[in-house]
Design a protein around this ligand. Structure first.
Ligand code: PLP
Length: 413
């Protein structure tokens, strides 16, 4: 099946009890059994069944199955948010004293997670330039338990050569964890590029309408967990074999930290999958057209979008993302004051911190998401005073051009 067909049919189940073709919302905290024996069998795994919705829920499982099928993975775990997905995946792989290698150009929330939570538990994060394979290699030590990067750095818009980093990680028996939120499985086939674990914020393009926070973790089946250097996963592997990572993530980390996706959110997010490909095609087309327009605009000093042939990562992005480059772009307009003026003068674009909505969204990253970064960190993350991040929506391109044009004209100070 082609991806467009898979997005609608793959892993999709009708409700087994009623045949309802939209999988129902099983809004229940727990599940009742006929006898203490049967209940115990479910807990011991001798019989399949749900115990408690913090651990599993049929509506969430139906959504998980769709993501697994779409990514050709081994299994998926949905989480309360994209941040919960990153937290759960990386906590499952690490213990105190371990190290993670991460790209310098990370979404701010992930950076704060590392700084305020992981470092507090003595898990060190070593940052590298994601476009420089040698810097990944140099950062590997015998304590490295994961390499973490984003398919397109948000908001730096830099694009790593993921197959090369995956080959290096595999050679050194280190799982490569990739945040594919900005590209979605439609633009980026993570398994084909050798990624071990794909994490997504389903809040963004997967859901699509900016209504519902959620996340997912998929084990793509490319990493041999027998080779793991994580003693916890090794231990779980004795019982669960090649499902070791997923079992550790679900049964030990997620179910005990409680970062579960709610059935209502799984239902809403699942509806978004049906239209993912249509929306992504339009996001990508609009973003490319807008980026091209900005390139020729006298009031725009720089445009960052991997779809532009002048972008330094264009060739890698073209090959990696099948000639589509996502719906995010950034522009520089000369000063913070000018950036604020453009943001304030746009009529269609909404001022908020989200991406992947049907509506076009604008934000000044430096004074919001990256407010606590030092100048050096901000520079390395591609966050400049005059930078505006635009999540390009599904409006008519002429309306978007006209809106930004009138805002940019008023921004000359
Ligand atoms: N990863 C990326 C690339 C993001 O842009 C975001 C949020 O903006 C997240 C992860 C976190 O996702 P969530 O807001 O669903 O926790």
């Amino acid at each position: 099946m082609n991806f467009e067909t898979k997005a609608i049919h793959a892993g999709f189940e009708s409700d087994p009890t009623t045949g309802a073709t939209t999988f129902p919302i099983y809004q229940t905290a727990s599940y009742e059994y006929e006898s203490a024996e049967e209940h115990s069998d479910v807990f011991f795994g001798r019989k399949f069944g749900h115990q408690y919705s913090r651990i599993t829920n049929p509506t969430v499982a139906a959504y998980e199955n769709r993501i697994t099928a779409l990514t050709d993975g081994k299994g998926t775990l949905c989480t309360a948010s994209g941040m919960a997905a990153i937290t759960t995946a990386l906590l499952s792989l690490t213990s105190a004293g371990d190290e993670i290698i991460a790209a310098k150009s990370l979404f701010g929330g992930t950076y704060y997670l590392f700084k305020h939570v992981f470092e507090n538990f003595d898990i060190t994060v070593n940052y590298v330039d994601t476009t420089d394979l040698a810097s990944y290699e140099a950062a590997i030590t015998d304590k490295t338990r994961a390499i973490f990067l984003e398919t397109i750095g948000n908001p730096k818009m830099d694009v790593p050569d993921i197959a090369k980093i995956a080959a290096l990680a595999s050679q050194r028996h280190i799982p490569l964890v990739v945040d594919g939120t900005t590209t979605t499985p439609y633009l980026f086939d993570a398994k084909a590029h050798g990624v071990s674990i794909l994490v997504l914020s389903t809040t963004k393009y997967l859901c699509g309408s900016g209504t519902t926070i959620g996340g997912s973790i998929t084990d793509l089946g490319t990493f041999d967990w027998k080779q793991t250097k994580s003693p916890r996963i090794k231990e779980v592997g004795e019982k669960f074999g090649d499902m070791a990572f997923l079992a550790r993530a679900r049964r030990q980390v997620q179910s005990n930290t409680g970062s579960t996706m709610s059935p209502m959110n799984a239902f809403i997010a699942s509806l978004g999958l049906d239209t993912l490909t249509l929306r992504m095609d339009k996001h990508c087309a609009n973003a490319l057209a807008l980026a091209t327009y900005f390139q020729a605009h006298p009031n725009v000093k720089a445009v960052h979008y991997p779809g532009l042939s002048t972008n330094p990562d264009h060739d890698i992005a073209k090959r990696q993302f099948k000639n589509r480059y996502g719906g995010l772009l950034t522009i520089q307009v000369g000063s913070k004051e000018a950036a604020y003026r453009v943001i304030n003068e746009t009529k269609l674009a909404r001022i908020l911190v989200n991406i992947g909505d049907t509506k076009t969204l604008v934000v000044h990253p430096k004074s919001t998401i990256y407010r606590d970064f030092t100048e050096q960190q901000a520079d390395e993350a591609g966050v400049f005073d005059d930078l505006i991040r635009i999540s390009v929506g599904l409006e008519h391109i002429d309306d978007l051009k006209a809106d930004f044009d009138q805002a940019l004209k008023k921004a000359i100070i």
